[in-house]
Design a protein. Structure first.
Length: 143
Protein backbone atom coordinates (compact mmCIF):
# COMPACT_ATOMS: atom_id res chain seq x y z
CA UNK A 1 0.00 0.00 0.00
CA UNK A 2 1.43 3.39 -0.96
CA UNK A 3 1.09 6.63 0.93
CA UNK A 4 0.33 9.81 -0.96
CA UNK A 5 2.45 12.72 0.22
CA UNK A 6 1.48 16.29 -0.62
CA UNK A 7 4.04 18.55 -2.23
CA UNK A 8 4.35 22.23 -1.27
CA UNK A 9 3.60 23.31 -4.84
CA UNK A 10 0.22 21.56 -4.67
CA UNK A 11 -0.95 23.61 -1.66
CA UNK A 12 -2.00 26.73 -3.53
CA UNK A 13 -5.78 26.59 -3.11
CA UNK A 14 -6.53 27.45 0.49
CA UNK A 15 -10.10 27.73 1.76
CA UNK A 16 -11.37 30.28 4.27
CA UNK A 17 -13.34 29.27 7.36
CA UNK A 18 -15.10 31.40 9.96
CA UNK A 19 -15.64 30.27 13.55
CA UNK A 20 -18.11 32.02 15.84
CA UNK A 21 -16.76 31.97 19.41
CA UNK A 22 -19.86 33.45 21.07
CA UNK A 23 -20.74 31.45 24.16
CA UNK A 24 -18.22 28.70 23.43
CA UNK A 25 -15.18 27.76 25.55
CA UNK A 26 -12.01 29.45 24.35
CA UNK A 27 -9.99 26.24 24.37
CA UNK A 28 -12.40 24.35 22.14
CA UNK A 29 -12.51 27.18 19.63
CA UNK A 30 -8.71 27.44 19.67
CA UNK A 31 -8.28 23.68 19.25
CA UNK A 32 -10.59 23.60 16.23
CA UNK A 33 -8.81 26.60 14.71
CA UNK A 34 -5.39 24.97 15.25
CA UNK A 35 -6.51 21.80 13.48
CA UNK A 36 -7.75 23.77 10.47
CA UNK A 37 -4.65 26.01 10.37
CA UNK A 38 -2.36 23.01 10.44
CA UNK A 39 -4.41 21.08 7.84
CA UNK A 40 -4.91 18.00 9.99
CA UNK A 41 -8.55 17.71 8.97
CA UNK A 42 -7.60 17.09 5.33
CA UNK A 43 -7.09 13.75 3.66
CA UNK A 44 -3.88 15.02 2.06
CA UNK A 45 -2.25 16.02 5.38
CA UNK A 46 1.53 15.72 5.32
CA UNK A 47 3.43 16.56 8.53
CA UNK A 48 6.31 18.41 6.87
CA UNK A 49 4.20 20.46 4.42
CA UNK A 50 2.18 23.57 5.20
CA UNK A 51 -1.25 22.42 4.00
CA UNK A 52 -3.62 24.37 6.26
CA UNK A 53 -6.35 26.86 5.49
CA UNK A 54 -7.25 30.39 6.63
CA UNK A 55 -9.33 30.80 9.81
CA UNK A 56 -11.37 33.81 10.91
CA UNK A 57 -12.55 33.83 14.54
CA UNK A 58 -15.32 36.33 15.32
CA UNK A 59 -16.92 37.34 18.63
CA UNK A 60 -13.74 36.71 20.63
CA UNK A 61 -15.03 39.00 23.38
CA UNK A 62 -17.95 36.60 23.98
CA UNK A 63 -15.78 33.49 24.35
CA UNK A 64 -16.07 31.76 27.73
CA UNK A 65 -13.27 30.77 30.08
CA UNK A 66 -14.44 27.84 32.19
CA UNK A 67 -13.79 27.40 35.88
CA UNK A 68 -11.99 30.20 37.69
CA UNK A 69 -9.55 30.94 34.88
CA UNK A 70 -10.59 34.60 34.72
CA UNK A 71 -9.17 35.15 38.21
CA UNK A 72 -6.42 32.53 38.39
CA UNK A 73 -4.88 32.58 34.91
CA UNK A 74 -2.25 35.16 33.95
CA UNK A 75 -0.45 36.14 30.76
CA UNK A 76 3.22 36.89 31.41
CA UNK A 77 5.52 39.09 29.36
CA UNK A 78 9.14 39.98 30.06
CA UNK A 79 11.00 42.99 28.73
CA UNK A 80 14.41 41.35 29.05
CA UNK A 81 15.56 43.68 31.81
CA UNK A 82 15.91 42.87 35.48
CA UNK A 83 12.51 43.10 37.13
CA UNK A 84 10.81 43.38 33.74
CA UNK A 85 8.22 40.66 34.31
CA UNK A 86 4.65 41.82 33.80
CA UNK A 87 1.59 39.74 34.59
CA UNK A 88 -1.85 40.45 33.15
CA UNK A 89 -4.88 38.75 34.62
CA UNK A 90 -7.13 37.09 32.05
CA UNK A 91 -10.19 39.01 33.24
CA UNK A 92 -8.45 42.24 32.18
CA UNK A 93 -7.04 40.66 29.01
CA UNK A 94 -10.48 39.44 27.93
CA UNK A 95 -11.99 42.89 28.51
CA UNK A 96 -9.34 44.84 26.62
CA UNK A 97 -7.69 42.45 24.13
CA UNK A 98 -9.91 39.42 23.71
CA UNK A 99 -8.60 38.89 20.18
CA UNK A 100 -5.05 38.71 21.54
CA UNK A 101 -6.14 36.18 24.16
CA UNK A 102 -7.63 33.99 21.43
CA UNK A 103 -4.48 34.33 19.33
CA UNK A 104 -2.36 33.25 22.31
CA UNK A 105 -4.61 30.23 22.85
CA UNK A 106 -4.23 29.14 19.23
CA UNK A 107 -0.49 29.86 19.30
CA UNK A 108 -0.07 27.40 22.13
CA UNK A 109 -1.74 24.67 20.06
CA UNK A 110 0.31 24.93 16.86
CA UNK A 111 3.88 23.61 16.67
CA UNK A 112 6.75 25.87 17.73
CA UNK A 113 8.57 25.83 14.41
CA UNK A 114 8.41 27.51 11.01
CA UNK A 115 5.26 25.58 10.04
CA UNK A 116 3.46 26.88 13.13
CA UNK A 117 4.65 30.43 12.55
CA UNK A 118 3.42 30.30 8.97
CA UNK A 119 0.09 28.88 10.12
CA UNK A 120 -0.41 31.76 12.57
CA UNK A 121 -0.16 34.27 9.73
CA UNK A 122 -3.40 32.76 8.38
CA UNK A 123 -5.27 33.34 11.66
CA UNK A 124 -7.53 36.40 11.90
CA UNK A 125 -9.26 37.17 15.24
CA UNK A 126 -11.91 39.85 15.71
CA UNK A 127 -13.67 41.09 18.84
CA UNK A 128 -17.02 41.73 17.18
CA UNK A 129 -19.19 39.87 14.72
CA UNK A 130 -17.99 41.69 11.60
CA UNK A 131 -14.79 41.00 9.70
CA UNK A 132 -13.20 42.35 6.53
CA UNK A 133 -12.80 39.04 4.70
CA UNK A 134 -16.26 38.74 3.13
CA UNK A 135 -14.75 38.78 -0.37
CA UNK A 136 -13.06 35.43 0.31
CA UNK A 137 -16.48 33.79 0.95
CA UNK A 138 -15.58 31.95 4.19
CA UNK A 139 -17.47 28.82 5.19
CA UNK A 140 -18.93 28.56 8.68
CA UNK A 141 -17.48 25.87 10.96
CA UNK A 142 -19.69 24.17 13.53
CA UNK A 143 -18.16 23.15 16.85
Amino acid sequence: MSTTLAKPAEMTDRKWYVIDAAGKPMGRVAAKAAVILRGKDKVTFTPNVDCGDHVIIVNCDQAVLTGRKLEKKFHYTHSGYIGGLKATQYSKLMEENSDKAMTLAVKGMVPSNTLGAKALTRLHCYKGADHKHAAQKPEAVAL
